[in-house]
Design a protein around this ligand. Sequence first.
Ligand code: FAD
Length: 483
Amino acid sequence: MDVVIIGAGIMGVTFANIAKTMDPNLNITIIERLDQAAGSNSSVFNNAGTGHEANCELNYTPVDEEVISVEKALTIHAQFNVAKQYWAYLVNQKIIDDPATFIHPTKHCTLVNEQSINLLHLRHKEMTSHHFFDDMQLSEDFDQIKEWIPLTMEGRSRDQKMAATLVDHGTDVNYESVTQQIAEHMVKEQGVRIEYSTHVKRVHKSPSGSWLVECLQGQEPVQFRADKLFVGAGGGAFPILKASHLPVGKRFSGFPVGGRFLLAKIDEETAKRYNAKTYGKAAVGAPPMSVPHLDLRAADGKHYLLFGPFATFSPILEKGRGLLEFLRMIHLHDIPNLLNVAKEHFPLVSYLFKETFKGESAMLATLDEFAPGLSKKFEWEIVQAGQRVQIIKDGDLQMGTEIIVSEDQSYGTLLGASPGASVSPEVMLRVVQQMFPKLSKKQESIEVFNEMFIESDLDKLIDDADRYRDVRQKIDKTLGIRG
Ligand SMILES: Cc1cc2nc3c(=O)[nH]c(=O)nc-3n(C[C@H](O)[C@H](O)[C@H](O)COP(=O)(O)OP(=O)(O)OC[C@H]3O[C@@H](n4cnc5c(N)ncnc54)[C@H](O)[C@@H]3O)c2cc1C
């Protein structure tokens, strides 16, 4: 069976590897417009590299009139556990020799000021009653917080009342590195083809029922045929869905949110001393993906601090692509939906416009509010991050992701952006299962599936503390996260 995957980011590459490992007979080709894998949103500084498992992100535990909801946090934590199972499998199989090339143990902290201390206590109380978060610590003690996350406290006056939580076994993940290592393995060992520098312009179904994928390879038009087509093209998935003529495509359009970070190189000693990702509280009117955070990042043996993101309104599908491509995606029937979103989410749109024009000094001032005095301690540069294209479905703006699989299971795609690369193996596993339902019944596929995923049932991980602890202990050890 011929399978074509559009996009060699973490989603496309993970999809390819799971499918090919479960059925070695699949003939897989990945088509990528850039000249490398993980060159777009999955590239190391195009995202923040947080292994999102809800340890520190307040937006995963929304509060409504003093009632906190932790369901989303539990799901994301379980999804990240499944991701770690898959990455541990890659290490066990020597597909990745050294987990330290892509995953690093890092403290995950939340830091809030006086206005949100009660909220943090509420969150801590609710979360520590579940086995996922039972070792989360909370402190209001200035010196204790300073010991946990020194860079955010050293320049702060002791009069400022603050509170923080700490989970000391979170992670920083280099999604570019893990993606490239899987891609290299698939090309060398699994017979997967990757066609780089090949831009998909149009897809359509032929009368015989297969998909024809029309591309430009440089200036050369080329065409690929597929029995199954998976589109993991980030923001580029929207115009391809429209071009597919699947009726469902009419229900979707995209709302682009870009981002910038402040980035500073730091020495190893500072990295060891801080070794944390500290998340704060989003400003009023800010979208959930704008929660400010100060992250230790590791890449190619060097250490960095990353602060942001500063959201931007840039009407493009992906970093590096033009406005025209975005405008071409918009069909006449999308216009009322876009206008409706602009009207209903006016505070968000005006927030994005304001943030877009924030200059360097205003960005450094925001950093100093979060970590007083830090702007002067290091040499900061502004880096353009990746581009999220949020889903507009039937006129409603959504912040999550959506899997779409056509009725005949020949076309699958992932739209939206959150919580992103962290959950890619769990999400891609679901797409593979939906597009290749027969695989779950073949004995050889089941055996290899059980090696890849020790426990992929999210409810089981959420409800069965012993099972969860057993799985976590095995995979964290393999990945070098704890003992
Ligand atoms: C500012 C920011 C911060 C983030 N922080 C985090 C974080 O801390 N933790 C986390 O887990 N996630 C984070 N994310 C989300 C994460 O980056 C994405 O979820 C993830 O990288 C998406 O992977 P992907 O493979 O879908 O997309 P991509 O990595 O963008 O891959 C899509 C690929 O498709 C290719 N493509 C597109 N169109 C075409 C076409 N027409 N023809 C051929 N190829 C095409 C592109 O070139 C690209 O290589 C963040 C995102 C942003 C923007």
